[in-house]
Design a binder for this molecule. Structure first.
Ligand SMILES: [Zn+2]
Length: 286
């Protein structure tokens, strides 16, 4: 088993892959870049595993048409066909359809295809000499999974990536509290090496780095409260104010959609805790 680093160190829109060479040959995720993945395809790959449905992890899945595709059952509908994908990202909603095309201009066309094997939490993925355990870690997406190799205590942690940006839950199907619980689950697993999809493997200070990563969620919430204490405002006034993205990336409409989705989740969470009220679409801090 080895790490195939994605182009640009696997930074978005690329992602690292894991290559498993057992009696079955498998690749985890297909977003490392065509030039890096093509030689693997030529050597023969039996299984393509998706850690979750996002395009930066599956953009090059079209190269693996001869392999079986495996994914968690909760994300399989968004991998199998475009309608499922649109539902997961709310691109099917009126006025939002064009966002799919914007996304495709940045990330390429997602190569939808049948998911032959749907796995669940705790399942063992058996490749002969190597077995990986599925650690279901929802929040980023409903079916987001990490893969654990217990002999070496290496965890392929996908988009629980301990990045300085922090956790990303910009899909309507993402969930903040699930994400917090999933980070805690990874901390409790106490892996010796954390191999995220983006960036380099981490061997030191894993717990601290994951705690810092998780704390960004609460820092965001505090920033939102500070903003609303100064002046109550609509969701539209919050988007683009530097609360999540310091500067909205291109294509701007797409990332404004993601930021609005993230902010809405925080506003709902703050409302449920009695920290924010809303009247006629105007949010105010309590
Ligand atoms: Zn992702």
């Amino acid at each position: 088993m080895y790490l195939l680093t994605g182009e640009n160190f696997g930074n978005f829109p690329y992602a690292n892959s894991l290559v498993i060479e057992g009696s079955k040959r498998a690749v985890v995720d297909a977003g490392a870049g065509v030039g890096r993945l093509k030689p693997l395809v030529e050597r023969g790959i039996d299984v393509l595993i998706f850690t979750h449905f996002h395009p930066d992890h599956g953009r090059e899945a079209y190269l693996f048409q001869d392999a079986q595709w495996w994914a968690h059952e909760a994300d399989a509908p968004a991998i199998s066909n475009v309608d499922g994908y649109k539902r997961f990202r709310h691109y099917h909603k009126p006025g939002k359809e064009y966002l799919l095309h914007l996304e495709q201009s940045r990330l390429g066309v997602y190569p939808y295809g049948p998911v032959a094997v749907q796995f669940r939490d705790g399942d063992w993925l058996d490749f002969g000499s190597i077995r990986l355990q599925v650690i279901h870690t929802p929040g980023h997406t409903p079916g987001h999974c990490c893969l654990y190799e217990p002999e070496t205590e290496i965890l392929f942690s996908a988009d629980i990536d301990a990045s300085s940006f922090g956790p990303w839950y910009g899909d309507p199907v993402g969930d903040i509290d699930d994400f917090i619980a999933s980070i805690q689950r990874v901390i409790d697993l106490n892996p010796k090496m954390l191999v995220p999809s983006h960036g380099l493997p981490i061997t030191e200070g894993i717990r601290q780095k994951l705690e810092d990563y998780c704390s960004i969620i609460f820092q965001r919430e505090e920033k939102i409260l500070q903003f609303l204490r100064k002046k109550p405002g609509s969701l539209e006034t919050l988007v683009g104010s530097g609360l999540i993205y310091r500067k909205i990336p291109e294509p701007e409409d797409l990332f404004r959609h993601f930021e609005a989705t993230i902010l809405e989740k925080h506003l709902r969470r703050l409302q449920s805790r009695g920290k924010v009220t809303v009247a006629n679409g105007i949010y105010a801090a309590c």
